[in-house]
Design a protein around this ligand. Structure first.
Ligand code: PSV
Ligand code: MN
Ligand code: MN
Length: 388
């Protein structure tokens, strides 16, 4: 078993990135329920994110989504983050909300539309230059609804062409994180539907292109931890978009639907050395909080990732290896289940106390008066960007 001090050190060094859009109003295509005190601009989203970091100590970066977080001066936004003790994280491109993208963006049959989409991706790299962000997160809604609608292979060629152009534009310390999703909004073919497609493109591009695993983007029953193990082994796991799903891309709080799955994923991360910051695995949230208060929900989500990580770190790897080597099926399974069944909340409370934090971040947030302050000060909060 990892020594308690090493477990604590690993938990302290894990950084979980929160998404700017989780702080804004959101909903489904049926209704967006506005909440009081919601941020009116990207600076206020960062102000809220600073509260998450203040109470958890492990959420120092915030992902932006362009154009939802478009500002005139990104360097100034980065300075605001810095003043709050934060940094700007992944830049998420958005080539899925323009009328021109009805038939796709970088895979669109018309060159002019592909050019427009590519220009947006270049703009995102410019923004990364201004913010100091390392990662460009690319998710394409591209696909088709009907057999025969477009040529599947030609669309892959167009995708490869755009990715290559963006890759060549990256600085030495910048990366493409390519995200896959098996369906929606396209229902017949999706141009990046699975890890294999994302992996094939990233492999061709080179070492600065890696795959991002959004936990909500798989068919029911998919063994996500296997994908994680494989990508890590190949040096191609760029990071996670964490969230929970019951049905499709639900974007509920990570660890809410299936904490056991999250544990199994985090065990493979630990097993593959992915917790070491040098491995470059970005632990990001991609969620929206449609009916629950947002800041405490994000704090809860960060804690859920920490709890799964702590349990994964507590697996007795020596006992597990011995059981595996001797074909002791039940013993091996028990080694994992013992760790999963451990109540790690006291350990995490200790880690927080050691760091000078309140052992109960949600309670500390509720006591802080932040919710009352923003409800009083902010009127007419911003919608996160979709679902209107
Ligand atoms: C697409 O479903 C996705 O997971 C991508 O990451 C988008 O950028 C994000 O959702 C928007 O929430
Ligand atoms: Mn995502
Ligand atoms: Mn999604």
């Amino acid at each position: 078993m990892t020594a308690p001090s090493a477990v604590k050190a690993a938990l302290t060094s894990q950084a979980i990135e929160t998404p700017s859009w989780a702080y804004g109003n959101s909903g489904t295509r049926f209704k967006v329920f506005a909440q009081p005190g919601v941020p009116r601009d990207p600076r206020e989203k960062l102000d809220d994110a600073a509260q998450v970091h203040r109470h958890t100590g492990v959420a120092p970066t915030v992902a932006l989504h362009i154009p939802w977080d478009r500002v005139d001066d990104y360097a100034a936004l980065a300075r605001h983050a810095d003043d709050l003790g934060l940094r700007l994280g992944a830049i998420n491109a958005n080539v899925f909300q323009d009328d021109d993208y009805k038939l796709g963006s970088v895979c669109h049959p018309e060159a002019a539309v592909r050019r427009k989409a590519l220009d947006h991706l270049f703009e995102c790299v410019d923004i990364m230059d201004a913010t100091g962000s390392r990662d460009l997160k690319l998710w394409f809604s591209d696909g088709t609804n009907y057999p025969g609608q477009d040529d599947i292979r030609a669309r892959q060629d167009r995708l490869a062409e755009a990715l290559t152009a963006v890759y060549e534009r990256l600085g030495d310390d910048q990366r493409i994180l390519l995200e896959y999703k098996f369906f929606e909004p396209a229902f017949y073919t999706t141009d990046v539907p699975d890890w294999g497609t994302a992996y094939a493109h990233c492999l061709k591009l080179g070492p600065k292109a890696q795959v991002v695993v959004d936990t909500g983007h798989h068919a029911p029953g998919t063994n996500i931890e296997f994908i994680v193990a494989l990508l890590l082994r190949e040096g191609k796991l760029g990071g996670f978009d964490f969230n929970s799903r019951f049905y499709a891309d639900d974007d509920l709080m990570v660890g809410a639907a299936d904490p056991f799955q999250l544990f199994r994923i985090m065990y493979e991360v630990v097993r593959g050395g992915g917790l070491d910051p040098a491995a470059g695995v970005a632990f990001m949230l991609d969620q929206c909080h449609n009916i629950e208060p947002k800041v405490p929900a994000i704090i809860r989500s960060v804690m859920n990732v920490q709890e799964a990580t702590a349990k994964a770190l507590l697996v007795d790897r020596d006992a597990l290896a011995a059981a595996q080597a001797s074909g002791d099926v039940l013993g091996a399974n028990a080694a994992l289940m013992d760790a999963f069944s451990t109540d790690v909340r006291p350990l995490l409370a200790e880690v927080r106390a050691d760091a000078g934090l309140d052992p109960d971040p949600v309670a500390a947030y509720h006591r802080s008066g932040w919710a009352e302050k923003i409800t009083e000060e902010r009127k007419g909060g911003q919608q996160a960007g979709w679902g209107a």
